[in-house]
Ligand binder design. Structure first.
Ligand SMILES: [Zn+2]
Length: 322
C-alpha cells in the first residue's frame, strides 16, 4: 500500500469522508466539537486540508487554524479531548513508522528544493543608512500607518523623493529596495534600488520570524496593506506576507517561500497578468505544499490595495484549495 492509501484508510476507519482533489485530501475538521472557532460543533464544509508527502503529512484547517506536520498529531489532539481516540493514535504512529516519516523537522531543515550555490553577497548596511528614516506623510495617503512602516523598516529617499521599502532576506540581510515616487506623475512610478535582481528575492521575507502561512502578493504596497490588516486583527502569528515584485513567481522565489511556509496563500492581482502568474505558481506550488488561492472577484476588487482590513482578512481566510 502506498502512503496516501494508508492515510486515506486511517481517515476512513476514523469515520470521516475523504474528499480528493488533484493533490490534496480534505475532510470536515474533526476538531470542530472542541473549538469555538468552528462556531457549530460540526464543520459544515471540509475545512481541513491534508497533503501527503514523503517526509510529512501536512494538515491545515483553515477554519480553526489547526496545523500539523504529521497525521498522528491530529489524532493526539483528539485523544487529548477524548481517550477513545488512543487506538487511532497507535495505528497512526505505526503507519508513520512504516513510512519512515521525519515530520516537520524535515520540512523545516531541508525545504523541498535544493539550495543553489550562492551567487552574490548582501549589500552593506551603510547604503541603507544613507536614506532618511523619516516616516513620510505619503504612507498615510496610501493607508499605511507608522507602525507598519516601522515594522517593515522602510526609509525615505530625499534626493529622489521616493519612499523606499527594503528587500531583505529572512535573516535581515539587505539585497535591494523598491522606491515608490510620492508624486503620481513621476516616471517610473517604481524604481529598483541597488541593482537588485527582483526574481531572486521575496520582498517582506525579513518580517517572517517563524514558519507560518505565507500570503504571496505582487506588489510592495499590497504586501504592506495585507500585513497591516493581519497585524491589526491579531493574526500575524499565523500569517506572513511577501511580494514577488511582479506577477510571476520564479524558481528561486518558490524555493524561498517553501523554506518558511506551512502553506501558501496565493493572492496575485485579479487582472490578466496576475491570473496567469497565479495559475503558473499554483501548478508548481501545490505539488510541494498546501496552496490556497484568494478570489478577489468575490469582493469585486483587484488586489489588497483596494481592500478594507476586514476584506483582507476575509479573503485570506476564505481562500480555497482548488
Ligand atoms: Zn478545524
Amino acid at each position: 500500500m502506498n502512503k496516501e492509501s494508508a492515510v486515506i484508510s486511517i481517515l476512513e476507519r476514523s469515520g470521516w469522508r475523504v474528499k480528493r482533489s488533484a493533490e490534496n485530501l480534505s475532510i470536515r475538521c474533526p476538531l470542530a466539537p472542541y473549538t469555538p472557532l468552528h462556531r457549530s460543533s460540526v464543520d459544515g464544509r471540509p475545512s481541513m486540508g491534508i497533503k501527503v508527502e514523503d517526509g510529512a503529512v501536512l494538515i491545515n484547517c483553515f477554519t480553526c487554524g489547526f496545523k500539523a506536520g504529521q497525521l498522528s498529531y491530529l489524532f493526539k489532539r483528539l485523544a487529548h479531548h477524548h481517550p477513545a481516540w488512543q487506538p487511532a493514535v497507535d495505528a497512526c504512529e505505526q503507519m508513520e513508522m512504516d513510512f519512515f516519516v521525519e515530520g516537520l523537522t524535515f520540512l523545516k531543515t531541508q525545504g523541498y528544493l535544493p539550495t543553489p550555490k550562492k551567487s552574490s553577497e548582501p549589500l552593506e548596511e551603510k547604503v541603507w543608512l544613507a536614506l532618511s528614516s523619516e516616516v513620510h506623510p505619503y504612507w498615510g495617503q496610501r493607508g499605511i500607518d507608522e507602525t507598519t512602516v516601522l515594522r517593515w523598516g522602510c526609509a525615505f529617499d530625499q534626493d529622489k523623493n521616493r519612499v523606499v521599502i527594503p528587500v531583505r532576506d529572512q535573516a535581515g540581510r539587505l539585497w535591494g529596495g523598491v522606491g515608490r515616487s510620492i508624486n503620481d506623475q513621476a516616471r517610473p512610478k517604481y524604481l529598483n534600488y541597488f541593482d537588485m535582481r527582483k526574481s531572486d528575492h521575496l520582498l517582506g521575507a525579513h518580517t517572517i520570524d517563524q514558519a507560518k502561512s505565507i500570503v504571496v502578493v505582487e506588489g510592495a504596497f499590497d504586501a504592506m496593506k495585507a500585513s497591516q490588516a493581519l497585524y491589526r486583527a491579531g493574526l500575524s502569528q499565523d500569517y506572513g506576507v511577501v511580494a514577488l515584485m511582479g506577477s510571476s513567481m520564479s524558481t528561486e522565489q518558490i524555493r524561498r517561500v517553501t523554506s518558511f511556509a506551512y502553506e501558501v496563500v496565493l493572492a496575485l492581482d485579479a487582472d490578466d497578468a496576475g491570473r496567469q502568474g497565479q495559475q503558473k505558481a499554483y501548478d508548481r506550488l501545490y505539488k510541494l505544499l498546501m496552496t490556497r488561492r484568494v478570489d478577489f472577484r468575490s469582493q469585486g476588487i483587484k488586489d489588497f490595495g483596494e481592500a478594507s482590513d476586514a476584506q483582507v482578512v476575509k479573503l485570506i481566510k476564505e481562500a480555497r484549495l482548488m
